[in-house]
Design a protein around this ligand. Structure first.
Ligand SMILES: NC(=O)c1ccc[n+]([C@@H]2O[C@H](COP(=O)([O-])OP(=O)(O)OC[C@H]3O[C@@H](n4cnc5c(N)ncnc54)[C@H](O)[C@@H]3O)[C@@H](O)[C@H]2O)c1
Length: 246
């Protein structure tokens, strides 16, 4: 797909990886709409972005926002499902005798924001792609945790399911001319990673990575742009992790 002029909706694009992806798409000439729940961060974005306040876990809100965007631009070419929240909790926490087992509420909440949101947004956008006969692209931001990351029961489950939906949709939607791929970042140097992992764990991860460093947000954005641009790429989970899984 030619990115120049492509109408591109990115969720969770007001900071972190999403913001890097938004800037990169913009640099390629795309018309970028950033949808995010964080209104303060949205406000701080430059005017080159069309900013929409949206909670991606709310199906009705998602549908009306997507319909409004499609009506305004005439179509949506690209959806990047980036909004998500890194969440760590082991199934059993022996250090917490008051609540040793993983809370079911927190499990469900993690699935809602990292998994249900991807279904909700893709349903709303693909409906517009089909109605308007757009040969579009959906990119899901997965994670290395989809392989099963110790201490991240719910988050790993959510991202593994995102990978499964990516493959399923690539099969179902391919015949409509709509492609679907995922980009699975490894450990990227973002404020969310620094908040989730302490310095000792980060040093350990760097030691396990053949490139001996964390990834950069721009490198994830580069992979997203490549996955959008390549018209024969479909149903792929693109690992961008410095080779830590080799
Ligand atoms: N940072 C990493 O190392 C890393 C690694 C692998 C995967 N990921 C994935 O990349 C994506 C972005 O992560 P990040 O590290 O940039 O996180 P981040 O917290 O910096 O950004 C996430 C964005 O999503 C938004 N968001 C959260 N809940 C939302 C909701 N309900 N509705 C709308 N927007 C919502 C937040 O406001 C924020 O702007 C996530 O899907 C995450 O799982 C990140």
């Amino acid at each position: 797909m030619k990115l120049d002029g492509a109408v591109s909706l990115i969720t969770g694009g007001s900071k972190g990886l999403g913001l890097a992806i938004a800037h990169r798409l913009r640099a390629e000439g795309a018309r970028v709409i950033v949808a995010d729940i964080d209104n303060v961060a949205l406000e701080a974005l430059p005017d080159v972005f069309d900013r929409r306040s949206l909670d991606v876990t709310q199906p009705d809100e998602a549908k009306s926002t997507v319909e409004a965007i499609a009506a305004m631009y005439g179509r949506i070419d690209v959806l990047v499902n980036n909004a998500g929240v890194i969440y760590s909790e082991p199934l059993v926490n022996l250090m917490n005798p008051d609540g040793m087992m993983h809370s079911y509420d927190r499990f469900r909440q993690c699935l809602r924001v990292n998994l249900d949101s991807v279904f909700i947004m893709t349903s709303a956008v693909v409906e517009q792609m089909v109605l308007r006969r757009t040969k579009g692209v959906v990119i899901n931001i997965s994670s290395i945790s989809a392989r099963g990351n110790e201490g991240q029961t719910a988050y790993s489950a959510a991202k593994a399911a995102v990978n499964a939906m990516t493959v399923t949709w690539s099969k179902e939607l391919g015949r409509l001319g709509i492609r679907c791929n995922a980009v699975a970042p490894g450990f990227v140097d973002t404020p969310s990673t620094r908040a989730a992992l302490n310095e000792t764990i980060i040093k350990h991860i760097e030691g396990l990575t053949p490139l001996r460093r964390l990834g950069r947000a721009e490198e994830i954005a580069q992979a997203v742009v490549a996955a959008i641009a390549n018209d024969f790429l479909n149903g792929t989970i693109l690992d961008v992790n410095g080779g830590v899984t080799i």
